[in-house]
Each structure stands twice: as C-alpha cells, then as structure tokens.
Design a protein around this ligand. Structure first.
Ligand SMILES: Cc1cc2nc3c(=O)[nH]c(=O)nc-3n(C[C@H](O)[C@H](O)[C@H](O)COP(=O)(O)OP(=O)(O)OC[C@H]3O[C@@H](n4cnc5c(N)ncnc54)[C@H](O)[C@@H]3O)c2cc1C
Length: 466
C-alpha cells in the first residue's frame, strides 16, 4: 500500500514546541498537505517555562514573567491568536540598581541603564569621577575596527568604561540572561544593539538613532491571566493531540530518510521529520547513541535560577525603589539577583491590598541555592531583601519555585560553535531540527522566531523528499 501521510514529531510542548506545531498545522491546512503532526511532551502539562499559578483570584507567573515588546515575534503571534485585548503593559519604567547599600534610579533616557545622552553620566551618583571620565572617553570612540568575539563584560567595558559596565550593565544583563557576563560571549546573545552598532559607529549614536530600544514604560507585556494564556491558547488551537507523559529517550536514524523515536524506553514511533524543542539539557540523552554529535553538546552549559513570590502587608517597607523593581549588582554578594515589584510593574496588581514581590535568586555559577531547603532559601532571601528595602513586617506568605539547569550559558565563540553544529546536523540528520531554549538563544521572542524557522525547514524538507 502506498504511504501517503508523512509524520512530523515535535518533541516538547513549551512555547517553542507549541508554536512549531501551530505553524505546521496552519500550513498543512492552507496547502492541504498529507502530513500529520505529533507533539510528545514528557511532563503532564504544556507551557514548559511559562508557568502561571492561580492564587485565589490572581494569576502569578513563577517562571518567565514578561515578554519584551522591543522584539516583534511574540507580538505578531499574539495578534494572530487574537489575544491583544488581554494584554497588560509594564509601568514605572525601569528597575533601580542596588549597590553600596543604596538604591539608584536613572531618570534620564537609558538603554539597559546606560545613559543615552553622554552628559547624563554626571547625574549618576553610582559611578565615581574616574568612572564618568572613562564613560565619556569610551563612548566617544568607535570600536568597530575590532569585531572579534569578546565576553559581554569586555564588549561593554570597551564602550562605556569598566565601572559603568560593572555597576550598570552587569545587573541589567544578569537579570535578562541569568549568566555571568565575564563568561558569555557577546555574539551568542542576539542583542539587537550589537548588530545595529555597525551602521552608526558608536553605541551612543546607535542609541540616539533607535529610541524604540530605550528603557521605559510598555517595554514588557503579560496577560491579565499570566503568560500561560499564550501557551494555553496555542494548545486550544492545535487539534493535533498533544501526547503527555511521553518522554523521548532516544532518536535513531532509520531507513528511507526516517527516524525512530524511543519513548519512555518502551514505545517506538517512526517519523519523517523532527523538531527537537526540549531545552538543550535534554540533548545528551536523546542523542546518546551519537558520540560525535554529543561532542557538540558538551559545550553547552545550563545555569540554574530560583523564584520566590512574597506577599507583604501594605506599608511594610521603609525603602522602596522608584522604578518597578530592583537589580542587585554582583559585588553585593547577595543571593538576590533581581526583584520585580508586581504592584508597580503591572496595573492589574496596582490596587491589591498586599505588596507582591517576585524575587529571582541564585546566579548562574552559584548552584548552592538550588540545594537549600525552602526554609533556608526563605531566610537567606529575606535577610538580603531586608538590606535592600528595610522590611517592617513578616511576609503574609511566600511561594518558592526552583528552575535547575534552565538557562543556557553561551560561552565565547558560541556563534561559531552553533554554526558548526547546524552544519553537522544538516549533513548527518536531514529533516531533524533543534529549536528553542538553548543553542540558538532563549527568551520567548527568540523561541517563537526559532519555531517559525524550524517549521519552515520541516515543510521544505518534506516537500523535497520522496
Ligand atoms: C525563571 C525563568 C524566568 C524567565 N523569564 C523570562 C522572561 O521574563 N521573558 C522571556 O522572554 N524569557 C524568560 N525566560 C526564558 C524563557 O522562559 C524560555 O527561553 C522559554 O520559555 C523556553 O521555551 P521552550 O519551549 O524552548 O523550552 P521549555 O519551556 O523548557 O519547554 C521544553 C518542553 O520540553 C519538554 N521536554 C523536555 N525533555 C523532553 C523529552 N525528552 N521528551 C519530551 N518532552 C521533553 C519539557 O517538559 C518542556 O515542556 C525565563 C526562564 C526562566 C527559567
């Protein structure tokens, strides 16, 4: 009997897997293609790191907390899914920086804390006189002649001076990438500013020409009912059944350009094309039979992060940030990386009769926090939080969520390593694509962009193979 249907497996149903399956389904219907999509998910839920919990009447995100509107991929999907009327836009601009036992707020126009107008550096108490002079000198000269890969810290130290890089860039980037800026290469990050700088010569000129990139209100979005609104809507749109509790334990190459998936070590499924949308921590096991391919994955390190939601009675703090949260510089030696003040950041929490603070703790290189008990974590965080905010009351309640090995850490020359890996896959695993939280970047926008590319690649591959 002639085989008509081709089967596509999407492994993982986080935002990447769901978007991939959604895009595939759309094209299959539009083009009337004889393909079927199977989504295999190891856990009992979809969403992955989009993780919203409902407490009473309120929805709180314990994983990813917002989507950056300065990138467009998520917004396009949200519009397509008709979810714009459920959006909330961030308020109270940007976070304060906590350093030297003090909160600093930058009122002037900034990009990730860096002043856009060079002379505004004189308003920064956080930086010494020498640090200000270094900033003025380094923002003046173009650094474009030297485009080689450097760490994120080196990249910014060359452009804004050592001190601004340490006390301003470091806390902002640590919050976004949960990585050590002394370790991560600048070109692995997909930061728009790095590419744009080539057109303008200096960081300052680039920022002046791109006001849309600056820190401020509306930079971030969430939904009335939390970020899982997005993953839940994608699930509803997929009439393809998602198969839960189906962990793909190995992928093996088979005859006629097909692959065999081992599921839960006891079931097998033959497929024609695959998108692996797990995070990169899962690759080692899935491809354990291929020593050469595993060599590429050894380079990927995953960092851990934790989140505590605290509810405090109103008026519990003697010190409060001007902005919608706090970033802690690494030299504080604090367990806290950042604090999101939910009542200040989002209008839908504004009138609550409690103060809701989301605290991200643990730094990429600091695995210790993940192994502590909840009580130990609470004590350590409360102690650090007290230094920042001078707390008067005990919390009403707290909720702790650990995210071990959840954030990829892009080492130097990641771009080149990524290119080599993708070339290897193209040569040795035709029709198999990696997407999502890992090799090609992370963050919701980035994962959606990768999902779109992966689904296009799958369709192209299947159309080209008999
Ligand atoms: C604490 C935290 C805060 C963050 N904050 C933000 C933020 O505010 N904004 C932002 O843009 N990004 C943020 N991120 C990053 C963002 O959440 C992720 O990049 C993105 O959600 C990853 O989506 P994904 O689908 O690629 O991977 P995941 O969400 O990890 O989904 C992968 C899925 O694959 C499943 N899976 C794994 N292995 C297998 C297997 N062998 N077989 C079958 N299924 C498998 C998993 O169960 C999971 O459901 C944050 C991340 C963390 C951890």
């Amino acid at each position: 009997m002639e085989k008509t249907n081709k089967r596509i497996a999407v492994i993982g149903s986080g935002i990447t897997g769901l978007t991939t399956a959604y895009q595939l389904k759309k094209h299959i219907i539009e083009e009337n293609l004889p393909y079927e999509v199977v989504v295999l998910e190891s856990s009992i839920r979809s969403g992955g790191k989009l993780y919203t919990m409902k407490f009473g009447e309120q929805y709180i995100d314990l994983g990813a907390e917002s989507i950056d509107t300065r990138q467009t991929e998520a917004m396009q999907l949200i519009e397509e899914l008709d979810l714009t009327d459920q959006l909330q836009y961030s308020k109270n601009g940007k976070q304060d920086v906590y350093a030297f036992n003090k909160l600093y707020h930058f009122d002037c126009p900034t990009y990730k804390g860096i002043p856009v107008k060079r002379t505004d550096i004189w308003k920064y108490d956080l930086v010494s006189f020498q640090g200000k002079l270094a900033f003025l000198k380094d923002t003046y000269f173009s650094r474009l002649e030297n485009r080689q890969e450097v760490t994120t810290k080196e990249y910014f130290a060359q452009r804004v001076g050592e001190e601004v890089a340490e006390y301003i860039v470091e806390p902002f980037f640590s919050k976004i990438y949960s990585s050590d800026i002394d370790e991560i290469g600048i070109h692995g990050l997909n930061e728009q500013i790095v590419d744009l700088e080539g057109n303008y010569g200096t960081l300052t000129k680039t920022l002046e020409a791109h006001p849309e990139l600056l820190d401020g209100d509306n930079n971030y979005i969430t939904f009335d009912n939390g970020l899982e609104t997005l993953s839940e809507t994608l699930v509803e749109n997929l009439d393809t059944a998602i198969r839960y509790s189906k962990k793909v334990t190995e992928i093996k190459k088979s005859i006629n350009n097909t692959y065999i998936l081992d599921i839960n070590k006891k079931e097998q499924l033959r497929v024609d094309s695959i998108v692996v949308a797990t995070d990169s921590g899962a690759y080692n096991q899935i491809f354990s039979g291929d020593v050469e391919l595993n060599g590429y994955f050894k380079e990927i390190k995953m960092g851990s992060i934790g989140f505590v939601l605290f509810s405090f009675p109103k008026g519990s703090f003697n010190k409060t940030p001007k902005g919608n949260g706090v970033l802690s510089v690494r030299r504080n030696n604090s367990y806290i990386q950042s604090v999101v003040w939910l009542n200040k950041k989002w209008d839908h929490y504004k009138d609550k009769d409690e103060e809701l603070l989301g605290v991200y703790f643990g730094r990429s290189t600091d695995g210790i926090m993940m192994s502590l008990s909840n009580k130990q974590i609470e004590e350590a965080i409360l102690n650090d939080l007290n230094s920042i905010l001078d707390i008067q009351n005990a919390p009403n309640y707290r909720i702790i969520k650990r995210w071990p090995n959840a954030i990829p850490q892009f080492s130097l020359n990641h771009d080149e390593k990524r290119k080599n890996l993708f070339e290897f896959l193209e040569d040795h695993y035709p029709g198999l694509y990696l997407a999502g939280n890992g090799i090609d970047g992370f963050g919701i926008n980035n994962c959606i962009a990768q999902a779109k590319r992966a689904s296009e690649n799958v369709l192209q591959h299947l159309k080209n193979t008999k």
